[in-house]
Design a protein around this ligand. Structure first.
Ligand code: BTN
Length: 273
């Protein structure tokens, strides 16, 4: 595979060995503007459930809130999975949380000693620092939809996982980490990708059909924000967990609010973005 680093080149093989439905077919790209765009084009042109695009570099990678997602060529995992699931827009946060859990499980497999958590709504972070009062971002998830008229005909789950990068650009260095920074052994992106896809394959249909309750205990156990003071454009308070609709419960002055979207920050003493 020209232009593909060996640890990614055998991704199709690693995925086939898991026997799941996601990652087939697999499109391994040397470069693309954005794997989410590839998947959205795929959705329009009839690509099947599970089709996955993974790239060594993106020239126009994007994150949430209109931010760019920048990753050096050949170092990390940048991929998007096309899910042909029938999913009401209100349930999209469920998919994002389930994708986060599948990244978390794959990351814990290679870095079992690290304290890896889900930061609502769709980041995977690593606790560091005294009292675990600081988190660094390991992965981000961007769920988008492909629509025909008013109906959602496919969901695209875009995932960026920092794998090999050890030195981050000034400005984000204190906010970011990678598996290489926390794992004891050499890392293989093909195996990590295959594990994420296998986890997502196992959980996503269940959650879409039965609700977030199916994975709620796992989310609660790994909730980075639980019990911490948080703030967003919706206010400030203490995070009290994620509800069964995928919303963040926040308590202020004895009253509970449920935040359904947006950017959340730790309110004090934290460098979490
Ligand atoms: C975020 O943390 O804001 C979400 C980041 C999502 C980045 C991934 S990389 C693969 C896929 N393609 C994109 O353009 N974005 C997602």
């Amino acid at each position: 595979m020209r232009g593909i680093v060996p640890d990614l080149a055998r991704a199709a093989e690693a995925i086939a060995a898991r026997g799941g439905r996601l990652g087939r077919p697999l499109h391994v790209l040397r470069e693309t503007p954005s794997t989410n765009d590839e998947a959205k084009h795929g959705a329009k042109s009839g690509a099947p459930h599970g089709s996955t695009w993974v790239a060594e570099v993106q020239t126009d990678g994007r994150g949430r809130q209109g931010r760019a997602w920048v990753s050096p060529r050949g170092e990390n995992l940048l991929f998007s999975v096309l899910l042909r699931v029938s999913c009401a827009p209100a349930r999209l946060p469920w998919i994002s949380l389930v994708a986060g859990l599948s990244v978390l499980d794959a990351a814990r497999k290679v870095a079992p000693a690290a304290d890896i958590r889900i930061k609502w709504p769709n980041d995977v972070v690593v606790a560091s620092g005294a009292g675990e009062d600081r988190f660094s971002k390991l992965a981000g998830i961007l769920v988008e939809t492909s629509t025909t008229g008013a109906s959602v005909d496919a969901v695209v789950v875009g995932v960026g996982v920092n794998v090999h990068t050890r030195v981050f650009p000034e400005g984000v260095a204190h906010l970011a980490t990678s598996l290489a920074c926390i794992a004891p052994n050499p890392l293989d992106r093909a195996e990590i990708l295959a594990d994420v896809l296998a986890g997502l394959d196992r959980d996503v249909d269940l959650v879409v059909a039965r609700g977030l309750g199916v994975v709620h205990a796992r989310l609660a156990e790994r909730d980075a924000l639980l019990g911490r003071r948080v703030r967003s454009d919706q206010g400030e308070g203490i995070a009290r967990g994620i509800d069964l609709d995928g919303r963040l419960l926040v308590e202020r002055d004895g009253e509970r609010m449920a935040w359904s979207a947006g950017e959340v920050h730790l309110a004090a003493g934290s460098l979490l973005a």
